[in-house]
Structures are given as structure tokens and as C-alpha cells.
Design a protein around this ligand. Sequence first.
Ligand SMILES: NC(=O)c1ccc[n+]([C@@H]2O[C@H](COP(=O)([O-])OP(=O)(O)OC[C@H]3O[C@@H](n4cnc5c(N)ncnc54)[C@H](O)[C@@H]3O)[C@@H](O)[C@H]2O)c1
Length: 261
Amino acid sequence: MTPNVTFDFTGQVAVVTGGSKGIGEAAVRGFAGAGATTVIADMDEATGRRLESELRSHGKDVHYISVDVGSDEAMKNLMEQAHALKGSLDILYNNAGVAIAGEAAVTSESDWQRVLNINLGGVFRGCKYVIPYMLQQGKGTIVNCSSTQALHGFLGWAAYSASKGGILAFTRQAAIEYAKQGIRINAVAPGTIMTPMNEKIFRESEDPDQLIRTWNNAHPIGRFGQPGEIADLVMYLCSDAASFITGQTFVADGGQSVRGE
Ligand SMILES: NC(=O)c1ccc[n+]([C@@H]2O[C@H](COP(=O)([O-])OP(=O)(O)OC[C@H]3O[C@@H](n4cnc5c(N)ncnc54)[C@H](O)[C@@H]3O)[C@@H](O)[C@H]2O)c1
């Protein structure tokens, strides 16, 4: 779970939605380890508080703030509270998401609304409420979490894929709207990453071992990714090393999307 690359975000404030577990947790560890005041913005309070106290015990400046990214008011409050910590908001990683399976014709209206509201709506609200602070500062970086499922078909995930595709279009749009004001906005598209989200999918499948083998084999590199491998990419995009990059989608999938079969 520990990121592999060394970055320095000393003096910056980073907000990670869905930061209690999985890829978000790895990003929290990464930003906090790189010196940022880091906000774990998640609805899983027990896990988020445990992570907060673990990292604080190692001297990191980490704050858990409870939020449901599906709520407009909660996201507005999140940014107000995060900004109040140090008087700045420099980095937002819009990571929180849910995965609900279902082909197009069997996806219920409520599942469709839930997936779109959390995954795509959460990214929209994060940007909507952080950008005014970044405009005041004249700088800021945002990374939105999409998926390789936004780039190619993946049977049985109609709403999820649509939500992730929307994130790419929204990222391009917001990037060009605020590029001149010093705000860079990019997206990451992970392949399969071993996190609680996928552990649940494996647990609930008829043959978890077979599913794990199939998904491992789908990646030319021969294995799933680890959360820290996405956190490294997110931190790169938020760093000055990526100062000329905005509106882009970065795929980290062990070659899955280019295998051509
Ligand atoms: N794991 C993968 O293989 C994979 C692949 C591609 C993209 N992604 C995307 O990466 C992101 C993180 O996925 P993960 O696998 O780490 O998931 P995860 O389920 O392991 O962790 C997600 C975290 O988000 C939080 N969360 C969920 N809904 C929330 C809400 N409404 N408000 C606030 N917090 C909420 C959860 O409490 C949890 O801590 C998601 O956007 C997911 O779609 C994951």
C-alpha cells in the first residue's frame, strides 16, 4: 500500500475523497508521507479515524472529515472545513466511487441514479466546491478517478462504465475552463486494483479463484495493480513535474487496454 516514489508536498493541503480504504487510502498515505496536510474525506468514519490516528502517531498532519460525495451540501461543507485547516486548498483527488454490476436492460433506476450520483456527481461536486478556493489562490491541481471501463466495453457494468466515461468528458471540459487560471485537472484510469471494492466482487462470485485467475490474465503484465501504483500516478499529476499537463487521461492497467484481443 505504500507509494513507491518520493514527492514533496510540504505546505500544501490535499483532500482525498474515499480516502479511508483502497486506492484513496494509498493516496492519503502518499500525500501525508510527502508532507501535505491531508484530509481523509469519506463516509466510513471508523476506518477513516483509524487511518487518521495511525498516521498522526507517525507525525503526519492528517484529518478525517465525514462526507457523502453524493450530497451537494456535504461536499460544500467538506471544502469549507478543509480550507479552514490552513487557509488553502491545493490538491483534490476525487477518488470516491461505488461499483454496482448490471447489464443495461437489467439495471434498476435506483442503481443507475446511485452510481451516477456518487461516481460522476461526486467528481462534479468536488470540482464545483474546490475550484473557487483554487481561483482565489491562482493555482491548484485536481485528479479525477475514472477507470479503463470508460475506454472499452466490460460486460455487465453499464451504469459504472457510463459514470466513468462521464468523468473523462467532464475532466476535459473543466480543464479547459480553468487552465488559464492556473488550475490543472486530469483523470486516471486504473485497471484492476486489489482493493476492498474488488475483494467484495471476488467474495460474492461463484468461483473466486477462477475469477482472480481470469482477471490476472487479462493484464499483459500478469497481475492486478496495487493501490500504491495508482497513488504514485496521482501524486505525479499533482506535482510540478506535471506542470504542462491538463485535461488528460492517464491509464495504469498493466497493458490491459492495449492488448487488442
Ligand atoms: N479497484 C479497482 O480495480 C478500480 C479500477 C478502476 C477504477 N477504480 C476506482 O477507484 C476508486 C477507488 O476504488 P477502490 O477500489 O479503492 O474502492 P473501495 O471500495 O475499496 O474504497 C472506496 C472508498 O470510497 C468510500 N466511499 C464510497 N462511497 C462514498 C461516498 N458516497 N462518499 C464518500 N466516500 C465514499 C468508501 O467508504 C471507501 O472508503 C473508485 O472511484 C473506483 O471506481 C477502482
